[in-house]
Design a protein around this ligand. Structure first.
Ligand SMILES: NC(=O)c1ccc[n+]([C@@H]2O[C@H](COP(=O)([O-])OP(=O)(O)OC[C@H]3O[C@@H](n4cnc5c(N)ncnc54)[C@H](OP(=O)(O)O)[C@@H]3O)[C@@H](O)[C@H]2O)c1
Length: 314
C-alpha cells in the first residue's frame, strides 16, 4: 500500500549558481495519475545539460531564452536530472504498457525530476524497458548521449548513405562515445577526433582512424567526409568545409538545434546494447549524497563518456 504522505530524498537546485547550491531534501513522494507509472529510481546521469541548467551556463540571447524556459531567477522545476533507470513500483489505472516490477529506463527532457528516489511519468512519454543485460547504472548512462547521437546522425542522413565516411569531432564525451558506436552500427568508416588522453577509449569504441587534436591539425588531413558531427561544440562548419565531400553535411550539438527525445530512440539503444553493438561508457559513479562532487567533475568538461548518480538507498 502506497502512503500518500510518504517522502523521498531528492537533489534540489534552489537557485542558479555553482555546484554548491545543490542540496538534498525530503520531498513528497509522487503518486501516479491514471496514465502514469511510478518508478523507484535506481540511477540517473549527471550530464552537461544538468550543469548547464544549474549554472545557467549559456551566452547572450540564449540566457534570456533559458530563463524564460527554465525559470527567471531560479529553476521553476528545482529537481534536476533528465535520465533515469529503475523499477516500476505502481501503475495508474489506465496504464497498459507497464506492470509493477518492470525494469525501465527513460528521459524527461525539460521536465527533469530524475535526481530523486521516485518519479511519476506518463507511460506515453520517453520510457521503455531497459536493456535486459544492462545494469541500472549502464541504462541510466545511455539516453543522454545516445539519443543526441541518433538524432544528429540521422539528420545527417547516415541511414541513406552507402559506406558513409564520418568524422566525430569530440569522440570521448557522452555524445561522442555514443556517436562513434552508433555510426559504426550504420556501417560507417569512423574517424574519431579526441585528445591523447582519449586515444585508447576511442580505439576501444571501434573508431577506424583517430586524430589527436593536441598533436595534429585536423584540417590538414586528406580524407573527405559525408558527415562531420561536432559532438562537443568546439569547431565550426567554416573550419570543416575543406573536409566535407560536395554533398557532405556538417552538424553540431551547439546552437539552437535541440535533439528530440523519443521512446523509439530508447528502443533502438536497447536493441544495440542487447546485441552488443553499444557499450555504456561510464567514467565515474557517485552516490546521491555526493551530487556536488559529480557536478564539479562534469563542469570540468573533461569527463569520458558519462557520470552516473546512484539514488539514495541503492
Ligand atoms: N543540441 C542538443 O540537443 C544537445 C544534446 C546533448 C548535448 N549537447 C551539447 O553537446 C556538448 C557535448 O555534450 P557531452 O555531454 O557529450 O559533453 P562531455 O561529455 O562533457 O564532453 C567531454 C569530452 O569532450 C572532450 N573534449 C573537450 N574539449 C575538446 C575539444 N576541444 N576537442 C575534442 N574533444 C574535446 C573531453 O576530452 P579531452 O579533455 O580529453 O579533450 C571529454 O572527454 C555540450 O556542449 C552539450 O551542451 C547538445
Amino acid at each position: 500500500m502506497i502512503q500518500q504522505n510518504a517522502t523521498m530524498k531528492a537533489v534540489v537546485c534552489p537557485k542558479y549558481g555553482p555546484p554548491e547550491v545543490l542540496t538534498i531534501k525530503d520531498l513528497s513522494k509522487p503518486s501516479p495519475n491514471k496514465d502514469e507509472v511510478l518508478v523507484k529510481a535506481i540511477a540517473s546521469s549527471v550530464n552537461t545539460g544538468d550543469v548547464r541548467i544549474r549554472g545557467l551556463k549559456v551566452e547572450g540571447i540564449m540566457k534570456i531564452v533559458m530563463r524564460v524556459v527554465l525559470g527567471f531567477n531560479k529553476p521553476r522545476k528545482p529537481v534536476l536530472g533528465t535520465t533515469f533507470s529503475g523499477i516500476v513500483e505502481q501503475v495508474g489505472d489506465a496504464v497498459t504498457r507497464f506492470k509493477v516490477g518492470d525494469e525501465v529506463y527513460g528521459a524527461t527532457g525539460f521536465n527533469q525530476g530524475c535526481h530523486a528516489e521516485y518519479l511519476s511519468i506518463p507511460e506515453k512519454k520517453v520510457i521503455t524497458k531497459k536493456p535486459a543485460n544492462a545494469s541500472f547504472e549502464e541504462a541510466a548512462a545511455l539516453p543522454f548521449g545516445g539519443q543526441t547521437a541518433i538524432y544528429f546522425l540521422r539528420k545527417g542522413g547516415i541511414e541513406e548513405i552507402n559506406n558513409p565516411q564520418v568524422l566525430i569531432y569530440g569522440a570521448t564525451g557522452s555524445v561522442g562515445t555514443a556517436a562513434v558506436q552508433i555510426a559504426k552500427h550504420y556501417g560507417a568508416n569512423v574517424t574519431a577526433l579526441c585528445s591523447s588522453r582519449g586515444k585508447e577509449l576511442a580505439q576501444g569504441l571501434g573508431a577506424d582512424s583517430i586524430i589527436l587534436y593536441d598533436q595534429e591539425d585536423f584540417t590538414k588531413v586528406s580524407d573527405k567526409f559525408d558527415i562531420i558531427l561536432d559532438a562537443v561544440g568546439k569547431t565550426s562548419k567554416k573550419q570543416c568545409n575543406s573536409l566535407l565531400k560536395p554533398d557532405g553535411k556538417f552538424l553540431s550539438v551547439e546552437g539552437m538545434d535541440i535533439a528530440s527525445e523519443r521512446t523509439e530512440y530508447l528502443e533502438f539503444l536497447r536493441e544495440l546494447f542487447e546485441s552488443k553493438h553499444l557499450n555504456a561508457v561510464i567514467d565515474k559513479v557517485y552516490p546521491m549524497e555526493q551530487v556536488v562532487e559529480a557536478h564539479k567533475y562534469v563542469d570540468t568538461g573533461r569527463k569520458k563518456g558519462n557520470v552516473v548518480l546512484k539514488m539514495a538507498g541503492n
